[in-house]
Design a protein around this ligand. Structure first.
Ligand code: ADP
Ligand code: ASP
Ligand code: MG
Length: 468
């Protein structure tokens, strides 16, 4: 069985939903079995829902009402475009109105309370998938397929880390099998809401922004799928983001480890957790273009290939470099440990760490949104040393970015770093800091944000990635 996921632009209009129905029919005919389909919200909808909740919490009673009207109009329009049957369309409009009524009621109470909890945010932001999945299932029926919308809240059981919940496989596997396999056996296509799940007690959660990819591989693992196909709006995993590097190329194959590294370091094409459920089970993942379905896309498996040595260049923006400096760092064991314990307490994650050989400073990179909390936490931890002057200061520099150069073939190959430095030096781009990941799949460099796009293009060209 195949699990197929369609992203936001792939379900962005009624026309696109009709296209999803056609691609589903094609997969059905090719494999002789109903695929399991996972869908995202229509593109932009999750952002609108979140903005509605945020403005409501900030005391604005208008914006969420306006957003409700816009969402209703957009989804009604989509229904008109892809559902021909008058009765089916009418029932669907009623369902959309009811869900949006619930959304408005939720925003109203957020407004009244003047408070938005992570739990409330998850309840609001998961609505987009619940809307789109219904319409996509109806579009399939309009094409003569048997299809049924399935709420992921009834299948994917998660912990209660609202905003970035993790699946609990022990509970999810039997539910997925009990709910989805009978449908597939009867030739009915299940259309499952991506992005969302629920706790054991039934409270709705989300798996993190952009996580419908992850929903698909979670289900792929639960159902022991033959393959998972991620349908998006580009021809597969590319050597760089084509919006930054116009001559980026599609990688025909790449390994789980490499793709995980690319997505952790900013390649938006797949959610960073996507490979985790399938890598162990060796379930291949294909990344395909719903706008260009005859392109073979990218095949992701556990087989690393040495060609090309560097597979891709990615970047993460909006970062800060934190530096802890002073004589007191030297030879005093445990300062680094205390610093990172303090960082962990503040809940932030560290993207990169470097320590100078003189042991006089520790540098690490964080998202700028996390910086104020982290600086405070580290200063509190080192209060005594700061007072005595054995540590000079905890400094932060905003406006930083990381460029990551990724490829399994880099392991043990000399000369890669030199070529990266040369490419940047030729463009007068200053490298603030460097780290090599322990996997050796990844060389990361900190540069100023204003240099990041040019730096990515320069390294891409240096390794000839526009020619593969
Ligand atoms: P979807 O809605 O289908 O999930 P996303 O917008 O989340 O799609 O991801 C696809 C986008 O990821 C592409 O349009 C592209 O701009 C961006 N992207 C960033 N890095 C890469 C890369 N290395 N390969 C392909 N696409 C990338
Ligand atoms: N709709 C969700 C988001 O925008 C999940 C996804 O698209 O994958 O984050
Ligand atoms: Mg995505």
């Amino acid at each position: 069985m195949i699990v197929m996921k369609f992203g936001g632009t792939s379900v962005g209009t009624g026309e696109r939903m009709a296209n999803v129905a056609r691609l589903t029919q094609r997969a059905f005919e090719a494999t002789g079995q109903a695929p399991v389909v996972v869908v995202s919200a229509m593109n932009g909808v999750t952002n609108s829902l979140r903005r509605a909740a945020e403005t409501a919490a900030a005391g604005d009673p208008e914006t969420f009402r306006l957003i409700r009207r816009e969402l209703q109009e957009r989804h009604f329009q989509a229904i008109a475009e892809c559902v021909a049957d008058v009765e089916l369309a009418r029932g669907l409009r009623a369902e959309v109105s009811e869900l949006l009524h619930g959304f408005e009621t939720l925003c109203q109470s957020i407004y009244t309370l003047g408070e938005l909890t992570p739990r409330g945010m998850d309840a609001v932001s998961g609505l987009g998938e619940r809307l789109s999945a219904r319409i996509v299932a109806a579009a399939m029926r309009s094409l003569g397929l048997k299809a049924q919308m399935v709420e992921a809240t009834e299948i994917i059981i998660t912990d209660d880390q609202f905003g970035a919940a993790a699946p609990l496989f022990e509970e999810t596997i039997p539910r997925a099998q009990a709910k989805l396999l009978p449908l597939v056996q009867e030739g009915i296509v299940p259309v499952v809401t991506g992005f969302i799940g629920a706790t054991r007690r039934g409270v709705p959660t989300t798996l993190g922004r952009g996580s419908s990819d992850y929903s698909a591989t979670i289900l792929g693992r639960c159902l022991n799928a033959q393959e998972v196909w991620i349908w998006t709006d580009v021809d597969g995993v590319m050597t760089a983001d084509p919006r930054i590097v116009p001559d980026a190329r599609t990688l025909p194959t790449i390994s789980y480890g490499e793709v995980a590294e690319l997505s952790f370091f900013g390649a938006k094409v797949l959610h960073p957790m996507t490979m985790q459920p399938v890598a162990q089970m060796d379930i291949p993942v294909r990344v395909l273009n719903s706008f260009n379905p005859d392109h073979p896309g990218t095949l992701i498996t556990n087989r690393p290939s040495d060609h090309p040595i560097v597979k891709g260049i990615t970047a993460i923006r909006d970062l800060s470099l934190i530096t802890v400096e002073g004589r007191g760092m030297q030879g005093v064991p445990g300062v680094a440990g205390r610093v990172f314990t303090a960082v962990a307490r503040s809940g932030a994650s560290v993207l990169m760490i470097t320590q100078s050989s003189s042991e006089q400073s520790i540098c690490f990179v964080l998202r700028t949104v996390d910086t104020p909390g982290v600086v405070k936490a580290v200063e509190d931890e080192l209060a005594l040393e700061l007072m005595r002057g054995s540590i000079d200061a905890v400094r932060s520099h905003d406006g930083m970015a990381i460029i990551a150069v990724v490829g399994a073939g880099m392991r043990g190959k000399p000369g890669i770093a030199v070529r990266v430095f040369q490419a940047l030096a030729e463009r007068n781009i200053n490298i603030v800091s460097i780290a090599q990941g322990s996997s050796e799949y990844n060389l990361s460099l900190v540069v100023a944000q204003e240099d990041v796009d040019e730096g990515v293009r320069a390294i891409h060209r240096q390794f000839g990635l526009h020619e593969i």
